[in-house]
Design a binder for this molecule. Structure first.
Ligand SMILES: [Fe+2]
Ligand SMILES: [Fe+2]
Length: 314
């Protein structure tokens, strides 16, 4: 097939919602965009374990500890599915780790904020996993097959994460005045960074149109952000909490909530590496990689031994 036929064949598949699979021809930019997006997503899952990992030893009960542990382990699993999906595009896991550890790769800016109180476990599940669901449910229909299939399972688990977070918030809001205050404080601190998770506004997001055309993206950043606001405001009412946004107002004509301006300077600053925990997060990941060297060495040595016992060349 000529290059033009390849392109036509690819376009036909995209237009008809037929998934693109690893061995299919694809434009270079499609491949590059997906490698970047999927590896960033994988890094976010793995770095995302750290803020909550901070509270596993201090969970208020055995039940809470078991739930939080399961949730954090799920995120490790999400990282693995996603690294595997990215590998099908021709990048190796070592290359992706190298990009993360050298600071070259990005991950979701939200994980550079500290977890100060137990209520942060509630707010993260409710808002951060809640925003992740908004982003990821449409990705179950994304055009690249391995990514779409990984997302189906990820989304089921994210829905458990969101519920466990909301349940923590519910419990705190039904508790003492001090507990309710703790929940409100967590909402105040996590709300705006959670809205930033959807990325820059549509007019400041140059690749959106192309990603929509390739059906990598199904909704724009602003569409998803609006959905998040509309859903979460109602949930905050159930909790009896106040949204930290004086400009928040139902807009009858639009059929949506209007909300205040996002501090994009803060967002850009955190992306650049100057958030409250950027250095700590990266150092923790680097240390984990170094300390895991003996495990990798042992696994390789074992694999070699097995292979030579079979008589197959290592
Ligand atoms: Fe996840
Ligand atoms: Fe999650």
């Amino acid at each position: 097939m000529t290059a033009i036929n390849h392109q036509e064949h690819f376009d036909h598949k995209i237009d008809n919602d037929i998934t693109i699979e690893p061995r299919d021809w694809m434009p270079d930019d499609y491949r590059k965009t997906l490698i970047r997006q999927i590896s960033q997503h994988a890094h976010s899952e793995v770095v995302g374990m750290l803020p909550e990992g901070n509270w596993i030893t201090r969970a208020p009960s055995l039940r809470r500890k078991a739930v939080l542990l399961a949730k954090v382990q799920d995120e490790a699993g999400h990282g693995l599915y996603l690294y595997s999906a990215a590998e099908t595009l021709g990048i190796t896991r070592d290359q992706m780790y190298e990009q993360l550890h050298s600071g070259k790769a990005k991950y979701s800016s939200i994980f550079n904020y500290p977890t100060i109180t137990w209520a942060d476990m509630g707010a993260i599940g409710w808002l951060v996993d809640g925003a992740a669901i908004m982003n990821q449910v449409p990705l179950c229909r994304t055009s690249y097959g391995p990514y779409a299939r990984a997302m189906v399972r990820v989304c089921k688990e994210e829905s458990f994460h969101q519920r466990q977070g909301f349940e923590i918030m519910m419990q705190l809001c039904k508790g003492t005045a001090a507990q309710k205050k703790m929940a409100q404080d967590a909402l105040n601190r996590w709300w705006w960074p959670a809205l930033m998770m959807f990325g820059p506004t549509d007019d400041a997001s140059p690749h959106t149109a192309r990603s929509m055309r390739w059906r990598i993206k199904r909704f724009t950043n602003d569409e998803l952000r609006q959905k998040m606001v509309d859903v979460t405001v109602e949930q905050a009412k159930v909790l009896g909490l106040t949204m930290p946004d004086p400009d928040l107002k139902w807009n009858e004509a639009r059929g949506h909530y209007d909300f205040g301006a996002i501090n994009w300077e803060e967002f850009n600053n955190v992306i650049k590496g100057n958030g409250p925990c950027n250095k700590e997060r990266l150092n923790t990941r680097r240390k984990a990689w170094q300390e895991g060297q003996w495990v990798r060495d042992a696994a390789l040595a074992y694999a070699r031994k097995q292979a030579s016992a079979d008589g197959t060349p290592a």
